[in-house]
Design a protein around this ligand. Sequence first.
Ligand SMILES: Cc1cc2nc3c(=O)[nH]c(=O)nc-3n(C[C@H](O)[C@H](O)[C@H](O)COP(=O)(O)O)c2cc1C
Length: 184
Amino acid sequence: MNQEKPRIAIVYATAQGSTRDIAEFISDELAGRDATVELADIDHAPDLSRFDTLVLGSAVHNMDFLPAATDYMRTHRDELSRRDVWLFSVGLGPALRGPIGRRVGRIVPKKIATLRDSIAAHDYRAFAGRYERTGISLRARILYRLMGGGHYGDLRDWAAVRAWTDTIAQSLRLPQPRSTTIHP
Ligand SMILES: Cc1cc2nc3c(=O)[nH]c(=O)nc-3n(C[C@H](O)[C@H](O)[C@H](O)COP(=O)(O)O)c2cc1C
């Protein structure tokens, strides 16, 4: 019976933890919908041959995935391109507001688009992460404001994460959740 459940690996690359929280949330949601789920930091990614589906997420730094994620995707490109991979990033784009911000926020950084396409990901979604005002240079703060960023702190949109997880669950024909996952 257990073997019939879809096996999903959820692998994340994080610098400050917000991507890990999102990966944990997706993991809890999918496990609550009767999938067999394994969650791992990208440095301890499991052997993919045991899984039907991979959900792979990385924080965005300097308009690219974190080096651990880019290395992993390059090294495992062939294996990944043969699999059902759902890719997500965690950055600031989706938190930008106003006519300019919304346009800028929709742009997928070139390096991320190239990686996404190199593995023919099933889907790619950008989520907002955390942005703390402390330690941000005046230049970066002005740029952020000009691009439509107004808020600092925890900018994560859990409804958006839940909706995307629901899309994955529906694609895998998982049953409805038995209970609602509470986000951090
Ligand atoms: C050094 C540094 C560079 C960043 N560069 C970008 C960037 O180019 N684009 C973006 O959208 N967010 C950028 N961010 C914001 C992070 O993606 C955001 O804080 C995210 O929540 C980090 O995820 P983590 O907590 O999992 O590390 C940067 C943050 C840092 C600290």
